[in-house]
Design a protein around this ligand. Structure first.
Ligand code: SAM
Ligand code: SF4
Length: 311
């Protein structure tokens, strides 16, 4: 279905939990989060039922499982098994638990995985994640993904001023050596955290200083894709700088069952309440259509809690 701006809305991001084994400084407050009551979180059967209904409403092309950290949710493999027949099913993970899940996820129908890492330096990784995480742990996740046929792996890196903003050129070289493509994400101001946003043009400036001129080659989803002189591809996702909304084909289902058409706010749909109060399938499908028809186009994103909404 197309929204009022002509965008075909066929990509659903599903946050399966608000919980996480890390505490990234740009995502979660240092003190942790006050977890949502157990009863407020959708059960796995409810997630599957809602994804099926949204698929009936929109004929989804792609479903991304995210969180919080999706691999801390018990039963994640069976959820993937349940929804992967509907549409291409992919996952975003911090990679820490991934090696133990990779082959089961692949057998359950997962197609690909994106893995997040923000630095090549262990001391910076520990500072950003506030946990004892090393580069090698994330490299093992990338290797496990490749061995389980869950590639090509994309790596996500949030660029933070004064933390890792000098690293993009080195990270491009590292990502290529790992057989992956890296995408740098502009930090979105998060509820409860200070923004240390580095705009796309500054990320590009740092890269060209070290690797020479880069060429804009494509748009892939919401990423602006570039190529270095030696032909290495990398991407920049610029939700704050803007330009991303025109290509946004997403809806987000939160772990509490709220369907959001846009990160920057606007109307949402309480699907948990509808499901639990016994709404008919046809009523839920009609409500999804009405929400999509009103999907906003703000020009930029901001003021979000990614662990809640699902990045
Ligand atoms: N825990 C998983 C992970 O870290 O990959 C999945 C959930 S996380 C919310 C999804 C993506 O959102 C990650 O790549 C993360 O770096 C990114 N992210 C989180 N908070 C962000 C923020 N404030 N601005 C931009 N990206 C953010
Ligand atoms: Fe957890 Fe991912 Fe947020 Fe980091 S970015 S705190 S790994 S949900």
């Amino acid at each position: 279905m197309k929204d009022s701006f002509g965008r075909k809305i066929d990509y659903l991001r599903v946050s399966v939990t608000d919980r996480c084994n890390l505490r990234c400084i740009y995502c979660m407050p240092e003190t942790g989060i006050s977890h949502i009551a157990h009863s407020a979180i959708l059960r796995l059967e409810e997630i599957q039922q809602l994804v099926q209904l949204i698929h009936r409403a929109l004929n989804l092309r792609k479903i991304r499982i995210t969180g919080g950290e999706p691999l801390v949710r018990r039963g994640i493999v069976s959820l993937v098994r349940g929804i992967s027949p509907l549409a291409e099913t992919v996952m975003t993970t911090n990679g820490i638990l991934f090696p133990e899940f990779a082959s089961d996820l692949s057998a359950a129908g997962l197609s690909r995985v994106n893995i997040s890492i923000d630095s090549l330096k262990d001391e910076v990784i520990k500072k950003v994640t506030r946990r004892d995480v090393t580069l090698r742990m994330v490299e093992k996740a990338i290797e496990a993904a490749k061995e389980s046929n869950l590639g090509p792996v994309k790596v996500n890196c949030v660029v933070l001023k004064g933390v890792n903003s000098e690293e993009p050129a080195d990270m491009i070289k590292w990502a290529e050596s790992m057989g992956t493509t890296i995408r740098f994400i502009e930090h979105m101001p998060m509820t409860g955290s200070e923004c240390s946003y580095v705009p796309e043009k500054d990320v590009l400036y740092g890269i060209t200083k070290e690797l020479g001129p880069v060429k804009r080659i494509a748009t892939e989803g919401t990423a602006n894709m570039y190529s270095t002189l030696s032909g290495t591809r990398f991407g920049i996702i610029a939700p704050v700088g803007g330009g991303m909304c025109a290509n946004c084909t997403r809806l987000r289902l939160t772990a509490e069952g709220e369907l959001l058409p846009c990160l920057a706010g606007g109307e949402s749909l309480d699907l948990r309440e509808r499901l639990r109060s016994g709404s008919k399938d046809s009523e839920i499908i009609t409500a999804v259509h009405a929400l999509v028809a009103k999907k906003p186009h703000h020009g930029a994103c901001g003021g979000v809690s990614m662990w809640r909404i699902g990045g």
